[in-house]
Design a protein around this ligand. Structure first.
Ligand SMILES: [Zn+2]
Length: 155
């Protein structure tokens, strides 16, 4: 899956990451929200971004039918290990979670969380990416660290 970013570069989500996220798609009433962090690489001087891998729900997360609160410690461990093992090329790129709706839109709480992450987290690029996996569509938003603005990306 490829989306066009504000800087005219392209964001590519690897097939593997997409398949993994879709495994948590809330396509039945019993399935709780899921989520995790998004990891990957910058290429061509930060212009293009590739999402290589994601984390999936772990102990420490709080999950319900319409909410997902990611725990910090275990996901952070994965981020740190990936960064070290890749010699600093595999970076934290953002967050993903599922919604029990066909064409997902961020809730007020999502926007609030994303803005908080943009303003408090240390990361190497100007942008972070926020993915919501709906039952029929996966959508991506781009957050700007400087302006705090969040905008949807299209294919
Ligand atoms: Zn949400």
């Amino acid at each position: 899956m490829i989306a066009k970013m504000t800087n005219n570069g392209r964001l590519k989500i690897s097939e593997e990451a997409l398949i993994r996220m879709n495994q948590y798609k809330q396509d039945s009433n019993e399935k709780f929200e899921a989520g995790g962090v998004v990891l990957g690489r910058f290429i061509k001087d930060f212009k293009d971004v590739i999402v290589d891998r994601i984390t999936v729900p772990m102990i420490g997360d709080v999950r319900g039918r319409t909410f997902f609160i990611r725990g910090e410690k275990r996901h952070q461990q994965v981020i740190t290990n990936a960064w070290i093992k890749s010699n600093g090329t595999c970076n934290y790129l953002g967050e993903w979670h599922t919604h029990p709706e066909s064409y997902p839109t961020p809730s007020g709480q999502d926007i609030k969380n994303w803005k908080e992450i943009l303003s408090t987290r240390t990361f190497s690029s100007l942008y972070l990416y926020f993915i919501i996996v709906g039952t029929h569509q996966v959508r991506i938003w781009e957050g700007n660290r400087k302006t705090g603005k969040i905008k949807r990306l299209y294919r």
